[in-house]
Design a protein around this ligand. Structure first.
Ligand SMILES: [Zn+2]
Length: 128
């Protein structure tokens, strides 16, 4: 049975080859491979030139209600007003928020009074 022997021989050779490969691999890896030193982070930190934030530049806006509304709150560049009917004095519930107009500029709007039915014009003028 030459065929069987040939088979066992090739198996043996293969086994040896595998063994040699494994051993050589182990030999290559087993000795504590000198680990590359931890990459020293030597990048100098960029100096942050902290610029002082000028808060004094924040402008205060002001506005006056010329007609059709009553300003109830002014905060920064925003204001809140309630509508007011100049004909009957009715104040519809709810406030309206809007940007304060720049100095001299007028903000106009209008609403229909739910009480007397008249159309009331809202005018708000920026003063500062
Ligand atoms: Zn009215």
């Amino acid at each position: 049975m030459g065929c069987d022997r040939f088979h066992t021989q090739t198996l043996l050779v293969m086994a040896v080859l595998v063994l040699v490969c494994v051993i050589s691999c182990r030999k290559r890896q087993s000795p504590t491979a000198p680990l590359p030193p931890p990459t020293a982070v030597g990048t100098p930190e960029a100096e942050k030139t902290a610029e002082p934030v000028q808060k004094s530049e924040r402008k205060e806006y002001r506005a006056v209600a010329l007609s059709g509304c009553v300003i109830v709150e002014q905060k920064g560049s925003r204001l809140r007003y309630v509508k007011k009917c100049e004909s009957c004095g009715h104040l519809p519930p709810g406030t309206v928020g809007t940007n304060i107009p720049s100095k001299g500029a007028k903000l106009t709007s209008s609403f229909r009074c739910p009480k007397c039915g008249k159309t009331q014009k809202i005018v708000i003028q920026g003063t500062e």
